[in-house]
Design a protein around this ligand. Structure first.
Ligand code: NAD
Length: 344
């Protein structure tokens, strides 16, 4: 049985991806997380389903000694690296935190992997590495030109991975550039309030915030900017269901196992929706006409980001199943209803 190390899997995407690995393979999953933005409830859910194959260690990536001991004590086949700081406006105000937690800690982790002979590395990258792409949908070989420190911190990590994989022939990575993820794990049982989804307090993700308005957790939602060069003046993004994003990690693992080479893939559907359209869809699926406030632009937001996903579809086994914004919004809304009852 193979051991796989997941960093940051007490968080949203990591916990859902760990679930997908545990459900579809026989591997043991080790999770390290400092719970800075993750939730022990996500780990408890995984333990309730796969008790003997999930191992949680409360550890900060900055703790090099503890990390080194863990990597040396266990023969990990692969590291799937989610742990990061990821709030764009915060990265503008506190860039050094982002270069430290995202770039420095990733560099450290890569070095320890190479020392410990761990040759497969899957990295959570982001569409934010592209900045304001000139041509849409954006392809992986487009110029990288991030417009905020968050995107820059991830771009630098990708560069470190690329150069390490050239210098150390056995070391291979896949960087997945996620577009905007939303929704709850489709295996969730919303009636029983059991499952995995976005729990973040002070969330900034559009669909999450809109659903919080729909269940009455927030009074209103702000639209940041109505003067972008887009169809209705609000920003355009490509939204992907969490199940499809999670399964992309399994495809990345299979890719590394089969091809033993490194690559970078966009993970999105190639559809663009404006902020205003998304809010209307959340209102429609929830049946709640919550308050919307027009606000000024937010620093660090590109006008349009839409993926070209041809490469991942062609070169890996990934087969997305939930390309439907209403379905994504509905699952995010049902999850938010379950969370509201849980916290009531
Ligand atoms: N959510 C999105 O829309 C999105 C889009 C693009 C890329 N990403 C990337 O996906 C990854 C996961 O994002 P998420 O939405 O699940 O966020 P999240 O905040 O839910 O998860 C991040 C996890 O990392 C942990 N963590 C952070 N710093 C740590 C450290 N120093 N040591 C140990 N654990 C640490 C947190 O406690 C948390 O559990 C991140 O790398 C993020 O940059 C997310």
């Amino acid at each position: 049985m193979k051991n796989i190390l997941f960093t940051g899997a007490a968080g949203y995407i990591g916990s859902c991806s760990a679930y997908t690995f545990l459900k579809n393979t026989s591997c043991n999953v080790y999770v390290i997380d400092n719970l800075s933005s993750g939730f022990i409830e996500n780990i408890r859910f995984l333990e309730s389903k796969f008790s003997d194959r999930i191992h949680f260690i409360n550890l900060d990536l900055d703790d090099t000694c503890a990390l080194e001991s863990l990597l040396k004590a266990n023969k990990f086949d692969c590291v799937v690296h989610f742990a990061a700081s990821l709030i764009v406006p915060e990265s503008v105000i506190n860039p050094l935190l982002y270069y430290s937690n995202n770039t420095k800690n990733t560099l450290n982790l890569i070095s320890l992997c190479i020392e410990s002979n761990i040759n497969k590395f899957i990295f959570s990258s982001t569409a934010a590495v592209y900045g304001e792409p000139k041509i849409l949908p954006v392809k992986e070989d487009s110029a990288l030109s991030p417009i905020n420190p968050y995107g820059a911190s991830k771009m630098m990590s990708e560069m470190i991975l690329r150069d390490a994989s050239i210098a150390y022939k056995d070391f291979n990575f896949v960087a997945l550039r996620y577009f905007n993820v939303a929704g709850a794990l489709s295996d969730s049982d919303f009636e029983k309030k059991s499952g995995l989804g976005q729990r973040n307090k002070n969330a900034t993700h559009l669909i999450k915030v809109a659903c919080e308005c729909a269940v009455g957790k927030r009074e209103s939602i702000s639209i940041f900017g109505d003067d972008y060069d887009t169809k209705d003046g609000s920003c355009i993004r490509d939204y992907i269901h969490i199940d499809d994003l999670a399964s992309a990690h399994l495809s990345a693992y299979e890719f590394l196992d089969t091809h033993k080479k490194s690559d970078v893939f966009n993970v999105g559907y190639g559809n663009g929706y404006s902020v205003k359209e998304v809010i209307e869809i959340v209102k429609e699926v929830s049946g709640v006409d919550f308050k919307v406030v027009q606000s000024v632009r937010r620093e660090g937001d590109p006008a349009k980001l839409i993926s070209d996903n041809t490469k991942i579809l062609k070169e890996t086994s990934w087969k997305p199943k939930y390309n439907d914004l209403k379905l994504i919004a509905k699952s995010a809304y049902l999850w938010e209803c379950a969370l509201k009852d849980e916290n009531a």
